[in-house]
Design a protein around this ligand. Structure first.
Ligand code: ZN
Length: 338
């Protein structure tokens, strides 16, 4: 089918599992109740996507408190009890885990969750992991003393995890690299290479999600400072076009990204952000269709995947469901024109 729809990754969690509308929200359940609650939340996330008509579904990241730190905290060499406050993405302060020694993955982190997701749906499924650079940018390093060295260490453990997730029957593994829109010299010098190391040897489709962040105030203020034309992707897309990563995402809806930058991704599948996650206003299907049609001027129809701009975890569930439906309906309107 042309124009398969998908989401960046996360959906809001049920209010009985975690307090709504916040990042790093604490769990409201414990022990076996928490494990059961997470699985029930995944069931709901899948049901919401299927009902809306999303084609490539995720677990809504219902089993993790945060898309980066939950993975980091599962590793050896990390202290997550004594967290440190650091500035992440050059924008806002967060309490993050501390790397105190060589990192190692002693057990699978998300492989069981991925197998559970596989058991819930016949649709294609996508699983998300943090990319190496974004992982490095979401912790305090008290051991390696080099972002590049630490990124290579992360690339290795992420590759181990990605292989385990692939074995669970996942169709797409997506690495989230919002840091790629901030640290351009590092992206060029080692970011892309570390990302490829994380994806090495995978037989499934691989993807990278690069965005302007969740719809939180620090990100919205940053976007206001970027001027009328957001050309951040211009530096990274030519490098990604030469990489072995199969799919690349970009923000389109309500962004100031010049759509012609899509042309820099020749040969790649392009996840086109047609849903703004920084607004509570639900897009109309016509607005989604207009975004997809505009993107089709720069990417072949068999390479375009309509998507959300970023994760939806900070939104309310009603609004997120409305946006899922708009994404599917708007895309369906364009599909019949092709
Ligand atoms: Zn994002």
């Amino acid at each position: 089918m042309l124009l398969p729809t998908t989401i960046a990754g996360s959906l809001p969690k049920p209010a009985w599992l975690a307090p709504p509308k916040q990042l790093w929200a604490p769990w409201l359940l414990e022990g076996s109740l928490l494990e059961e609650g997470k699985r029930d939340a995944v069931r709901l996330a899948v049901a919401d996507q299927e009902r809306a008509g999303i084609d490539i579904v995720t677990d809504g990241e219902q089993t993790r408190r945060h898309f980066v730190t939950t993975f980091i905290e599962s590793l050896e060499g990390v202290d997550f009890q004594h967290r440190k406050t650091v500035r992440i993405r050059n924008r806002y302060d967060a309490d993050v885990p501390v790397v105190t020694g060589p990192i190692a993955r002693r057990r699978p982190v998300f492989a069981e969750d991925a197998a559970f997701l596989r058991s819930l749906t016949r649709r294609r499924i996508k699983y998300t992991l943090p990319g190496p650079m974004t992982a490095v940018d979401t912790l305090y390093d008290a051991h390696y003393g080099s972002r590049e060295k630490l990124a290579w260490a992360f690339a290795e453990v992420l590759n181990e995890e990605a292989r385990a997730i692939e074995a669970a029957g996942v169709d797409v593994i997506q690495f989230d690299e919002p840091a790629f829109n901030v640290y351009f010299d590092e992206v060029r010098d080692w970011g892309i290479a570390a990302l490829e190391r994380a994806a090495q040897g995978l037989g499934c489709r691989t993807a990278v999600h690069i965005c302007y962040g969740y719809g939180i105030k620090a990100n919205n203020d940053w976007k206001k400072s970027l001027g009328d034309e957001w050309r951040q992707y211009e530096k990274t897309f030519p490098l990604l076009a030469r990489s072995r990563i199969g799919q690349v995402s970009l923000e389109c809806a309500n962004s100031h990204v010049p759509l012609e930058l899509i042309g820099l991704l020749d040969g790649k599948d392009v996840m086109v952000g047609a849903i703004d996650v920084a607004s509570d206003r639900v897009e109309t299907p016509d607005e989604v269709a207009a975004t997809v049609r505009a993107a089709l001027k720069y990417v072949r129809q068999d390479r375009l995947l309509p998507c959300t701009n970023c994760g939806m975890v900070p939104l309310s569930r009603d609004i997120a469901r409305g946006k899922l439906a708009a994404l599917a309906e708007g895309t369906a309107r364009v599909r019949v024109e092709l």
